[in-house]
Design a protein around this ligand. Structure first.
Ligand code: HPA
Length: 281
């Protein structure tokens, strides 16, 4: 019962491998959801297939390439950019889902920026809306901190009262305002998926305080906060939850909206990351 999870042990091997190859470390790990691409500045390493970094087999799903690369922001800070992620609905364990978050932290990253595609629960949600996540509700029934973990990683009962960093959110609002970009803010309800929600489920989530709904992010943020990282979450609303303009919802619609607004999202993230990674910030 008290044995440290084997995957947690494998992290030390992944850290050693990374260092032995002299791959760059980042100040920030950016995890990009469906179709997100960011051209942040000078590429300094990669892209490398995530399979070269993970000690277990990984599969991309449609619209989610799986790779990692490093970039130097104009401010001089380094960003590790993970394109695509592993989801619990694919069958990965919570420890597998958060493996790269822990790896980045052990390599020195102080900030996690997560983006995702989400359904909008709030009134008049429109495909293409961008929303800052101010808090989350973990409805997955999963937790990456279950079981024994190395005590030096963080406390047994970590506080999640400020899971999404208030200062980073303030900076995000400033960057958005400077770019004339409308930025909403709301509570992200994280579900296991992979089925989309029924209208009754969306109504239940709304009554429970959810503004956005998706199938990622919450496990990554829990693991990051446990290890003391600052977190920023950004949702790209691809559809009103449990309803799309065509009446039904499918993954292609989600990808199409991601692509349509990708330039604006990219410009916003580039400016924000440049600020967030200022060394010592
Ligand atoms: N529900 C869950 N996940 C999602 C949705 C949704 O409506 N849209 C994009 N990801």
């Amino acid at each position: 019962m008290d044995d440290i999870d084997p995957l947690s042990r494998q992290l030390s091997a992944a850290v050693a491998l990374w260092r032995s190859r002299n791959w760059p470390v980042g100040d920030v790990l950016l995890v990009g959801g469906s179709g997100l691409s960011v051209d942040l500045g000078e590429p300094i390493w990669g892209p490398t297939d995530l399979a070269d970094v993970l000690p277990f087999a990984s599969d991309a799903i449609v619209g989610h390439a799986l790779s990692i690369e490093a970039m130097r922001a104009p401010s001089g800070g380094h960003v590790l950019f993970q394109r695509g992620r592993l989801h619990a609905y694919q069958g990965y364990s919570p420890a597998q889902v958060v493996f790269t978050v822990r790896l980045a932290r052990l390599l020195g990253a102080h900030t996690l920026v997560v983006t995702n595609a989400a359904g909008g629960i709030y009134e008049n949600a429109r495909p293409g809306d961008l929303a800052l996540i101010c808090d989350h509700i973990n409805f997955t029934g999963l937790n990456p901190l279950r079981g024994a973990l190395p005590p030096e990683w963080g406390p047994r009962f970590p506080d999640l009262s400020c899971a999404y960093d208030a200062d980073l959110r303030r900076r995000a609002r400033e960057v958005a305002a400077a770019q004339g970009l409308e930025l909403r803010e709301g509570v992200y309800a994280g579900l296991l998926g992979p089925s989309y929600e029924t209208p009754a489920e969306v109504e239940a989530l709304r009554r429970l305080g959810g503004d956005l709904v998706g199938m990622s992010t919450v496990l990554e943020v829990i693991a990051a906060r446990h290890m003391g990282m600052r977190c920023l979450g950004l949702s790209l609303v691809t559809n009103p939850a449990a309803g799309s303009p065509t009446g039904t919802l499918d993954h292609d619609d989600v990808l199409e909206v991601s692509l349509a607004v990708s330039d604006a999202v990219q410009k916003f993230l580039a400016a924000l990351l440049d600020e967030a990674v200022v060394p010592g910030s």
